[in-house]
Write a protein that binds this ligand. Structure first.
Ligand SMILES: Nc1ncnc2c1ncn2[C@@H]1O[C@H](COP(=O)(O)OP(=O)(O)O)[C@@H](O)[C@H]1O
Ligand SMILES: O=C(OP(=O)(O)O)[C@H](O)COP(=O)(O)O
Length: 402
């Protein structure tokens, strides 16, 4: 296991730049509270109690999507969690931000604007390139140390995650420490029985990439969500296409179709696809359709169907370990929660070892009346945790070791 400096190695009362992952679901412009705030609040409260002057970096959403919003609401939600004032400035490293950082006193917390609103943050480039950006070079001299607590974003080679550790004294926050230890230990576990992975969600590119590296660890992939529909499309079904303005399927299809087709060619017996899907009918109700009966691309499918849940549940019951990455449907709307809630309930009812990951997906646990302790580990990381399962080091963790 790698080692990095932690908050135990840092003297109290310094001025610190702290990278959190507060990336959250946004519904009608409103940022939804979730586990990420609760977990990061522990790190921030410790820093406040120890008299640090704290500036927070975080991202929200992706440019061009509805969830790409300012961090002003995040500052208020964080304040509620730590029961302490949190200021917000609508700049990340502009003159007003630098002024407000200089004004910080012991115990103050200031949230800087969404890092992805800076040109230097994206795209993914080598840490050495990111370290030379104006963003990193401007902020580095304003602080005594950099703390990365964003394990769940540590698979991205973005400036706020990989640039600062190359040019500043760098430490892991408490969430980084605990998630890294838990997920590394899980990746090293060996299972005698069946290992199952439930794969869904919207970030098909992340999961398909990882699936190709887990084909020796995972016996059965149970698919749903956008990823599942792309597999159905590769299998010749008329689903997994953008049929309205949302760009969820076609771009990810372009990026992944060859990988999906070769997964289906080489590992068909390890991949279980939905046998029915659910959509919103003309009355606004949930309707289900057998995949075999779908002839045209006319509706958006928002969940797997009940028959699919009945097929997936016994596989889960027979498993020694189950890993979940991504929801099987748009569970935030109760009508389309059948797939996600159904597989989570099946996992909760068995005594298999289980991990549920992802900022969005893990919300379904409490939304549908389950308890966190019914699962082996509930990670606030999605893409980062499944990448860790492959045994690969995450770039944002690697740079903390230098
Ligand atoms: N068929 C679908 N259509 C639209 N959204 C979906 C569908 N299936 C799943 N989702 C969405 O996927 C999201 C979770 O996926 P993702 O962001 O990839 O995972 P996480 O953040 O948990 O790692 C949920 O918010 C859910 O609404
Ligand atoms: O929410 C995140 O990842 P996840 O959805 O895989 O848990 C991270 O904040 C990374 O965000 P990104 O996938 O837009 O780079």
């Amino acid at each position: 296991m790698m080692t990095f400096q932690t908050l135990d190695d840092l003297d109290d009362g310094q001025r610190v730049l702290v990278r959190l992952d507060l990336n959250s679901p946004v519904e009608d412009g409103e940022v939804q509270d979730n586990r990420r705030f609760e977990r990061h609040a522990e790190t921030i409260s410790e820093l406040v109690d120890r008299g640090f002057e704290v500036a927070v970096l975080a991202h929200q959403g992706r440019p061009g999507r509805d969830d790409f919003v300012s961090l002003s609401q995040h500052a208020d939600i964080l304040a509620d969690h730590i029961d302490h004032p949190v200021e917000f400035i609508d700049e990340t490293y502009g003159p007003q931000a630098i002024h407000d950082i200089a004004d910080l006193d012991s115990g103050d917390v200031l949230v800087l604007e969404n890092t992805r609103m800076c040109d230097d943050e994206l795209p993914e480039e080598d840490p050495e390139v990111k370290a030379q950006t104006e963003f990193v070079q401007t902020l580095k001299d304003e602080f005594d140390a950099y703390i990365n607590d964003a394990y769940s974003a540590a698979h991205r080679s973005h400036a706020s995650l990989v640039g600062f550790p190359l040019v500043m004294d760098a430490y892991a926050g408490r969430v980084m420490e605990t998630e890294y230890e838990a997920n590394t230990a899980i990746a090293e576990k060996e299972f005698d029985g069946q290992v199952t992975m439930v794969v869904g969600g919207t970030k098909a590119t992340d999961v398909i990439d990882v699936m190709t590296h887990l084909d020796e660890t995972v016996d059965d992939f149970l698919l749903g969500g956008i990823a599942g529909e792309l597999f159905l499309r590769a299998a010749g079904r008329p689903v997994g296409y953008d049929i309205d303005d949302a760009n969820l399927y076609d771009e990810q299809w372009e990026q992944n179709s060859e990988k999906i087709e070769s997964m289906l060619d080489d590992h068909r017996d390890q991949i279980t696809l939905a046998v029915d899907l659910a959509y919103e009918d003309e009355n606004g109700d949930r309707a289900e359709q057998a995949v075999d009966d779908i002839e045209e691309k006319t509706v958006s499918y928002l969940d797997v169907g009940s028959e699919t849940v009945m097929e997936y549940s016994p596989v889960i019951r027979d498993s020694e370990a189950v890993f979940v990455k991504g929801a099987l449907g748009m569970f935030e709307d109760e009508r389309f929660s059948v797939g996600t809630a159904g597989v989570l309930e099946a996992i909760a009812e068995t005594d298999c070892f289980s991990v549920v990951g992802g900022g969005d997906t893990s919300r379904a646990i409490e939304m549908y009346g389950m308890e966190e302790d019914e699962f082996g580990h509930v990670s606030i990381a999605g893409g980062a945790y499944i990448r860790a399962l492959t045994g690969a080091e995450l770039v944002g963790v690697e740079v903390l070791q230098r």
